[in-house]
Design a binder for this molecule. Sequence first.
Ligand SMILES: *[C@@H]1O[C@H](CO)[C@@H](O)[C@H](O)[C@H]1NC(C)=O
Ligand SMILES: *[C@@H]1O[C@H](CO)[C@@H](O)[C@H](O)[C@H]1NC(C)=O
Ligand SMILES: *[C@@H]1O[C@H](CO)[C@@H](O)[C@H](O)[C@H]1NC(C)=O
Length: 336
Amino acid sequence: MKELASGGCRAQLRIGMPWAVLLPVWILSASTVSSRADQAAARNTLELTGENFSQAVQNGTGLPWFIKLYAPWCGHCQSLAPVWDDLAQKLQGQVVLGKVDATAEEVLAHKWEVDGYPILILFANGQAHLYTGPRCLAALEAFALGGWAEAASASSKEEPFGGLDVMALTGDNFDAVVRRNSFEDQPWFIAFQLPSCGHCRRMGPTWQSLALELKGQVIVGSVDAGADRPLAELWNVTRFPTLKLITAEHEVFDYQGGRDLEALKAFALGGFLDGASSAMPPTLLEEHSEGGRLHIVVGFILGVLFASAVWAACCCCSLSERSSPPAGGSRRRKAD
Ligand SMILES: *[C@@H]1O[C@H](CO)[C@@H](O)[C@H](O)[C@H]1NC(C)=O
Ligand SMILES: *[C@@H]1O[C@H](CO)[C@@H](O)[C@H](O)[C@H]1NC(C)=O
Ligand SMILES: *[C@@H]1O[C@H](CO)[C@@H](O)[C@H](O)[C@H]1NC(C)=O
């Protein structure tokens, strides 16, 4: 099947080359073509948001879903759009095609650690399978119609703690999304958990329900303390799960209550105000700033040396230019 798929891709590439010659013609007609493509895409591909994603896709337990996470400005996404539409048409009744604007749906995008667009994920039999093959019709079709089963062990992503509605926080995105309040004034309720801890696994479904119920009011997140030890240590987390609420003003409230949905919800929706707060720890970067300071000092010294050398050189130039006409004089004044 792979042979066939890659053959299809090569054929498409070969056909694609002469189009470069027709570029001016294509530009002239681009507006009508793209608007037609948009209309077709709208017919065949379902747009999903953070609100209706898990409800619609159901982890692929009904029909399989093939989802495209894209950014409107990304060139690879734009060239994939007509292919995606053709694919939707070909797979009608067998696989549902969906798309998510990753720039508008930050929670979903972070969930999939989107760092390059487009990201293609197929949900089938309750599991997610990342597509990493060539983005041509034949290969995509082969994958959607069962190829994913062969690729499953290699590239399926494990269902994250609390499911798709909980924002996975890591040492890399923590500061960017929590500290910078990238969700405006919503507080964060964060579970520090370990995949190996039984209490954590049992709490997973509750944490997912909590995320769904608090949508738009509180952002529910999780940190895998096994994968992100420095982050867990920074927050003094030694027992799992540890639950902390962080307000937009960066006050931290520890949760000590029971792990049932109602108690968690009451806490997140204002109950936390009855407890004592503490301050947020410094960022991981600040923690490691000793090394950073050394670099700054060395950089500063090198900078000073370089500037002196440049100044000395200019000085010599202007001295030797003393006798040149007024045009040179104005240049000299600038150099001073
Ligand atoms: C999901 O929600 C968006 C925005 O409300 C809507 O445009 C879209 O049609 C919905 N998709 C499905 C499959 O319900
Ligand atoms: C998706 O799967 C997870 C665990 O695999 C489960 O907890 C969750 O309820 C499922 N969601 C839907 C909408 O079926
Ligand atoms: C972690 O523990 C240290 C030492 O007990 C304390 O100074 C620090 O404030 C604690 N940090 C947090 C985030 O609780």
